[in-house]
Design a protein around this ligand. Structure first.
Ligand SMILES: Nc1ncnc2c1ncn2[C@@H]1O[C@H](COP(=O)(O)OP(=O)(O)O)[C@@H](O)[C@H]1O
Ligand SMILES: [Mg+2]
Length: 310
């Protein structure tokens, strides 16, 4: 099976190992190689065939669909797993945009709402909402980017702590909402609801704001099938979703992913199923049949990156 765990290329620049991507940093460029790592609990749990290619192809589709709203970092897609981007200073805030009240983690709006929270700083939610309900209008729930654990932020904190200038905060908020509106509009044409997502922005040398990293991928976003949404929530069911939680839950049930030094190997059928789901959602979003590549991925990438050697 051709799987990409990690890369160790020489002469591509200084390597930074992210949770999912290997990033090679050059003077004015970053080379982002999406691997097949599946990360949760701040560690790599498994390798999912084709995941890296899916993330790259989905981002490619959305960068193209949104480039009239904000310029993005894309310089080139030299390989199915690689984007070459313009290097920039990463803004220290992850712009999370939510169109629905949902989620299961401690910081999700639904968890907080259930605990009685109504005032989220930048918006107030009314009583009587139910899980997975659409919000009157999308909201931004920013979090910190460079701290060990994501810390929830509000406009007030961002400005008081001078995390961003009022001007930049205003601009990225505005852009994030426009990107999300476009995302929802285009997704719906593909039969999907874009439920929530996360954007990262950077500043170029001239101080221009550009969209970086990835956009509307199944890792950075939640998607539901539009066709069955109404009926399912009317019947008290969860929306039909792109679900990758089941593998995370398996680890929670079968080991202590926070403490155990060595993790058990994920069951092969679960890995295959998750890979199938990534490919399915990629095809649904892009409308292009997914091409499973044969051959050694690392060798192929090395070949395709010849021109970027320094
Ligand atoms: N154009 C860019 N310039 C500089 N850094 C970037 C750019 N695009 C993405 N990055 C950074 O590269 C990293 C991508 O790898 P990823 O696996 O997502 O890392 P992380 O574990 O930090 O989320 C992120 O830290 C992201 O902020
Ligand atoms: Mg990331």
């Amino acid at each position: 099976m051709n799987i990409l765990k990690e890369t160790n290329f020489k002469n591509l620049g200084k390597k930074y190992t992210g949770k999912v991507r290997d990033v090679y940093v050059q003077k004015d460029k970053v080379i982002l190689i999406s691997t097949d790592r599946y990360s949760a609990f701040d560690r790599n749990l498994a390798l999912i065939p084709c995941k890296g290619q899916v993330l790259t192809e989905v981002s490619k589709f959305w960068f193209e669909q949104t480039k009239d709203i904000v310029p993005n970092h894309v310089i080139d897609f030299p390989d199915p797993n690689v984007v070459v981007g313009k290097k920039c200073t990463v803004l220290p805030v992850e712009m999370v945009v939510r169109g629905y009240i949902t989620g299961v983690t401690g910081t999700s709006t639904w968890t907080l709402y259930q605990k009685g929270e109504r005032d989220f700083g930048d918006f107030v939610l009314p009583d009587g909402m139910h899980k997975n309900q659409k919000l009157d209008k999308p909201v931004i729930t920013p979090t910190t980017k460079h701290e060990a654990h994501d810390r929830p932020l509000t406009s007030k904190i961002i400005l008081e702590e001078k995390i961003m200038t009022p001007e930049i905060w205003q601009k990225v908020s505005d852009i994030a909402l426009k990107l999300f509106a476009r995302g929802q509009e285009v997704a719906l044409k593909k039969g999907l609801i874009l439920v929530d997502t996360k954007y990262e922005f950077g500043l170029t040398e001239n101080g221009e704001i550009i969209l970086i990293d990835e956009i509307h991928t199944p890792d950075s976003s939640r998607y539901w099938q539009a066709k069955t949404y109404q009926e399912r929530i009317a019947n008290g069911l969860e929306p039909e979703n792109f679900d990758k939680e089941f593998l995370r839950l398996w680890f929670k049930d079968n080991c202590d992913p926070y403490k155990d030094e060595k993790l058990p190997e994920a069951p092969a059928d679960m890995v295959t199923e998750l890979s199938r789901r990534y490919i399915q959602i990629c095809e649904q979003i892009t409308g292009i049949p997914f091409k499973i590549e044969s051959g050694d991925i690392e060798k192929r990438i090395e070949n395709n990156l010849q021109a970027y050697k320094i």
